[in-house]
Design a protein around this ligand. Structure first.
Ligand SMILES: NC(=O)c1ccc[n+]([C@@H]2O[C@H](COP(=O)([O-])OP(=O)(O)OC[C@H]3O[C@@H](n4cnc5c(N)ncnc54)[C@H](OP(=O)(O)O)[C@@H]3O)[C@@H](O)[C@H]2O)c1
Length: 288
């Protein structure tokens, strides 16, 4: 069992794992584990559960105890019974008896009050089926409410060089203060941030002789001190991402990255409660 304090800061993402060629991807994913990565993030939403089904092979080969398995409740939750039902599906597919953390993926899809959903999650903690409780894509008010009423251990949200809204609204700071572990997704914006060749990234990449993606990850992991879930099924890029932890930049350079803003992303109004506007998980994909 992996303790919360022993989680490797670079998580293993699963979006767009190739379900039709999983055996090739499996080899690469095992490279992540050899490199120390142990936080595996799973969503039944991806390919209608097919990625979770394929991932069972990975869990079997890597060893259940070598992984911290984070799972997500998906879609409409119309009764508290749905919570255990959705969790049981993960347990059955993966052939495991507990998950390390359980989160609500899109809080705005729940048809019953979230406090009831989280009450049901707490029952699953008591039953030993879930170890830690998390939330994904929540606004600051919801993060605070759930933490005060239920107690949160994890928070997952969009954060990268161009999309700093979770920090702007105070989520990163709150999580830091309350000892809630924040994991960001799309830290590389699927390689599109590097593809833009921002002068600052080019300058730091040249100065430290690292790739632009290594500069971004290094800043997120070492300066922001949050976790980052990255998907890669390329052995080379997994090694490249792991190596982003192996250098330190000068404080003035971290300061420049802290101050970097992407006005196009900043101009998008975020709908934190899912009332039909652009939700935080959609922001990173608004622009090329
Ligand atoms: N909670 C949520 O709502 C939510 C939303 C989105 C994502 N997520 C989770 O977060 C994970 C990460 O997000 P993401 O996969 O959308 O985006 P990402 O990790 O920023 O980018 C992944 C993409 O970038 C490529 N890549 C990885 N490392 C690279 C490198 N060093 N250089 C160049 N390209 C690189 C990968 O291709 P290769 O495989 O070919 O290397 C893949 O196409 C997801 O997989 C998923 O598990 C959660």
């Amino acid at each position: 069992m992996i303790d919360r304090s022993s989680i490797f800061p670079l998580g293993i993402g699963t979006w767009k794992i190739d379900k039709d060629h999983f055996d090739a991807d499996l080899e690469a994913l095992l490279t992540s584990v050899s490199g120390g990565q142990n936080y595996l993030s799973l969503y039944m939403l991806y390919e209608n559960g097919e990625i979770v089904r394929q991932t069972r092979k990975f869990v079997d080969v890597a060893g259940r105890d070598n992984l911290f398995i984070n799972t997500n409740l998906e879609g409409k939750i119309s009764s508290t019974a749905d919570v255990e039902k959705q969790l049981d599906e993960y347990l059955d597919i993966l052939g495991i008896s507990y998950v390390d953390s359980l989160e609500v993926h899109h809080p705005w899809f729940s048809e019953i009050p979230l406090t009831e959903v989280y009450g049901a999650i707490k029952d699953l903690v008591s039953k030993g089926k879930v170890r830690y409780i998390g939330i994904s894509n929540a606004g600051i008010d919801l993060v605070k409410q759930l933490h005060q009423e239920i107690g949160l251990d994890f928070c997952e949200g969009l954060y990268n060089l161009e999309c700093k809204r979770c920090e702007d609204v105070g989520i990163l700071n709150y999580c830091r203060e309350q000892d809630i572990r924040f994991f960001c997704f799309q830290p590389l914006r699927r390689n599109r941030t590097a593809g833009r060749n921002y002068p600052l990234l080019l300058e730091l990449s040249q100065k430290y002789q690292k790739t632009q993606n290594q500069v971004i990850l290094n800043w997120i992991l070492k300066e922001k001190k949050i976790g980052a879930i990255v998907k890669s099924t390329s052995k080379e890029r997994i090694q490249e991402n792991l190596a982003s932890l192996a250098f330190t930049m000068e404080p003035k350079d971290y300061k420049k990255l802290n101050g970097f803003r992407a006005p196009e992303f900043d101009a998008v109004e975020i709908d934190w409660s899912g009332k039909g506007g652009i939700t935080i998980d959609q922001l990173a994909n608004r622009f090329a």
